[in-house]
Design a protein around this ligand. Sequence first.
Ligand SMILES: *Cc1c(COP(=O)(O)O)cnc(C)c1O
Length: 389
Amino acid sequence: MNKSYSYGKQTIGQDDIDAVVEVLKGDWLTQGPYVKRFENELASKFGAGYVSAVANGTAGLHLIALALGWGKEDIIITSPITFLASANCILYVGATPDFVDIDPQTYTIDVNKLEDKIKEYRNKNKRIKAVIGVDYAGLPCDWESLRELSKKYDLQLVNDNCHALGAEMDGDIGYACKYADAVNMSFHPVKHITTGEGGAVLTNNQEIDENIKILRTHGMTKEKKHLIKNDGPWYYEMQHLGFNYRITDFQCALGTSQLKKLDEFVKKRNEIAEFYDLSFANDERFIVPKYSKKYKHAFHLYPLLIDFNKLEVKKHIFFDELAKSGINLQVHYIPVHLQPYYKNNFSYAENDYPVAESFYLKEVSLPIYPNLNRSDLEFIVDKIKAKAR
Ligand SMILES: *Cc1c(COP(=O)(O)O)cnc(C)c1O
């Protein structure tokens, strides 16, 4: 009877199952009508001119890096508090990653430190080509300032939006495409909506979209207007080195069905966040997420900061103890620059990004997903408070 909780989990209903089964009975398993349909639904939901559904969020980031023309000479900035893929996509194309510390209030990239970093490079006669902003936990970055910097210093902007489906800026759910040249989403089961594995790239730039679509399927084209010559109806040309980063039709049927419920999912996540806020906000041992009314938070994660120095319990023991009650916490994230691969290849070291590193020591991601009910939440809060003393 013991329930167990993790930080995130999919919500699948009979409607989702029916949608997938219907496609499985039909003629197309891979590139059928549902891919286009899912893309169209995403475009209208998030106000994007162009959408490409892809195999997963990491593939989406790789395609963005290629479509934006990043290469060997380029320096690309992201946040150290993100999933590995946000930084790895820079390495895939041979460019150089660098990091800018997070803001201690919002946990997203610190725009003042970003400008310092831009100037630092300028003094060395180098320039930053692009910034990948990560809307960490579901809270949009300071995109207005990012856009100002992008104009001032001629930067490309990418939004790694994997945490923030359904978030809003000034009441606008389509903010991501407004501010960034390209936007990346993931439909992994822990994210807001799922297709199993899956992702999408959104943009308002037609040229970026064309690049993404051709690179998603081996860099080949059959479109007459793009062909250099044409031998006949069978003819196709490979003009770029691409990949098979396609998604299947039955996954897109699931995605289409899930997308209908996004608003409801985000509402539920906000209700859970509010319960945690009320439970932890007036206790000095904890820091709950804070953000301005300008934003609607999508709460992919609920990052609670715990000052383990003030407690008589070490973080790893706290984790072990809660796991005994079936509460499997997580930490998002181990700062990327401290990963052995990054330390070894780029000589990053401890204390390079002190805000991110102290955040890492305190951060605990509490369970947050639509199927948690009131008694689940009371149980989780009680167990956490009982251990934290
Ligand atoms: C999930 C995630 C990704 C990668 O998505 P996959 O679909 O798992 O490849 C990239 N960036 C961030 C911030 C993510 O949370």
